[in-house]
Design a protein around this ligand. Structure first.
Ligand code: PA5
Length: 446
């Protein structure tokens, strides 16, 4: 089993009857999801994706990844939100948070179009100077401002450097199968395109070409990713909470939320999990944060953050619970040698592996936080590899859908994201936004 939900540290916070009390609601949420009868039911393509993905396109992804690896030293991935977070998380989880510095036989990968910062853009342009590069532009709608703006810049750079024909050989576009400006542009210019299925929303799309192409370019085993996801798909079909750790995690979140906990902190002891935290926050934040409800998803990397947020978690306002990610095996280990002088007094650690010290830090922290009044649920994962990535993605996606239905929201839309866009367009003078612009200009206080 790749992911197990350890509830032993919740004993003082959740009584066994409380799980029983949730069972019928979980059964209803399960039925709603599998019968496709609930809110957002036209965005459930991810549920069967590990079985029903397009196998021919999957082979095309592998071929494109090989071509990019041969042609380029750098791959620029353009996308925002669900159109980049999963790929970035995978590359760091399966590879390393130092992937770009360590990459030898595969291109460095930079993510743009997820910010409008000109300094960030200029840095990536400087990195591409004199270096062969390719671009993967990813946008389901094909109209999102941030990636569209970035694509304009990198398309022009590629065309200047390689000519329109050469550029065409280096641009890969991942978008809707029929609609949107990006689709039109890609067809007109003859870019190789990959499809984001209609029934898979952005934040549930990491196991489509959205995630798979950049992940494959980084040299990660996408067959193993899909095999892990398939294992999870098969593992979590029984709504019985005693047999379904994915649903148990969803139930725990809702039990704690109903008791007044308002913040979930995902805590990992591996820096290479940092981008997975970001993916988790987007998945849960965008799926559940609506109608003025839901847990606020937050994250830490320990022991780093034990020296910053650790104080708050231990002693601050009691509104938090932690979801701790515990890997049974480290990706690699380090043997702590003996120092004959022992001036630092650390010889009590010599002869041990660093992973053991990390594990004891985790156990000590869990015990301290639980004693301090912070419920801890532990997700135990065997190891940090391509298979467990696929498994964990599916586990968290399905838990998110069930949790959202338990909360009574549509876990598959994101209406709130539009508000900032409207204001930004109005303030930038986009045609059609004149009235709103007039209103907003009066409100700005500088
Ligand atoms: O999860 C989502 O649906 C969003 O975060 C989108 O992925 C994000 O807004 C980017 O949208 P698009 O791919 O249409 O550019």
């Amino acid at each position: 089993m790749a992911v197990k939900c350890n509830t032993n540290y919740l004993a003082n916070f959740i009584r066994p009857e409380e799980y029983e009390g949730m069972q019928h609601l979980v059964c209803a949420a399960h039925q709603t999801l599998h019968e496709k009868s609930g809110l957002g039911n036209d965005f459930l393509g991810w549920v069967d994706l590990p079985t029903n993905y397009d196998k021919a396109e999957f082979e095309r992804i592998k071929a494109a990844a090989k071509k990019i690896q041969q042609q380029s030293k750098v791959l620029v991935v353009i996308g925002i939100g669900g159109s980049y977070l999963g790929a970035r998380a995978a590359i760091e989880y399966i590879g390393s948070n130092n992937y770009n510095a360590l990459a030898k036989d595969t291109p460095q990968i930079y993510f743009v179009g997820n910010t409008i910062s000109p300094s960030y853009l200029n840095d990536i342009l400087a990195i591409c100077e004199g270096v062969d590069f390719s671009v993967n532009v990813i946008s389901k709608s094909g109209t999102t401002t941030e990636p569209a703006l970035a694509f304009r810049v990198f398309k022009e750079l590629l065309e200047k450097r390689y000519g329109p024909e050469g550029a065409k050989e280096r641009i890969y576009s991942t978008t809707d199968k029929a609609r949107g400006t990006l689709k039109e542009l890609s067809d007109r210019n003859g870019y190789e395109t990959f499809v984001i299925p209609d029934d898979v929303g952005g934040r549930y799309s990491v196991l489509t070409p959205v995630g798979l192409l950049p992940i494959a370019v980084a040299g990660c085993d996408i067959d193993a990713v899909m095999a892990g996801a398939k294992e999870a798909q098969d593992a979590f079909t029984d709504p019985n909470l005693a047999k379904n750790d994915c649903y148990k995690y969803a139930a725990i979140r809702n039990i704690l939320y109903n008791k007044g906990y308002s913040v979930e902190i995902m805590a990992s002891y591996e820096p290479s999990y940092g981008q997975m935290n970001e993916w988790f926050k987007q998945l849960y934040g965008e799926s559940e944060g609506k109608d003025h409800k839901a847990l606020y998803p937050s994250s830490v990397i320990f022991s780093t953050d034990l020296h910053s947020l650790g104080q708050y978690i231990q002693d601050g306002r009691r509104q938090l619970f932690e979801t701790v990610i515990d890997f049974a095996e480290p990706k690699s280990d380090f043997f702590i040698p003996e120092d004959p002088e022992n001036l630092d007094g650390l010889n009590f650690l010599s002869g041990q592996n660093m992973s053991n010290v990390n594990k004891k830090a985790m156990q000590g922290t869990i015990l301290a936080h639980v004693k301090g009044g912070v419920p801890n649920v532990v997700l135990q994962i065997d190891k940090m590899d391509a298979r467990s990535f696929g498994y964990l993605v599916y586990f968290l996606e399905k838990a998110c859908a069930i949790s959202g239905y338990l909360l009574g929201v549509n876990p598959f839309d994101q209406p709130g994201v539009e508000s900032y866009k409207k204001n930004m367009f109005a303030l930038l003078g986009k045609p059609g936004y004149e009235d709103l612009r007039e209103e907003l200009v009066k409100e700005i206080q500088e």
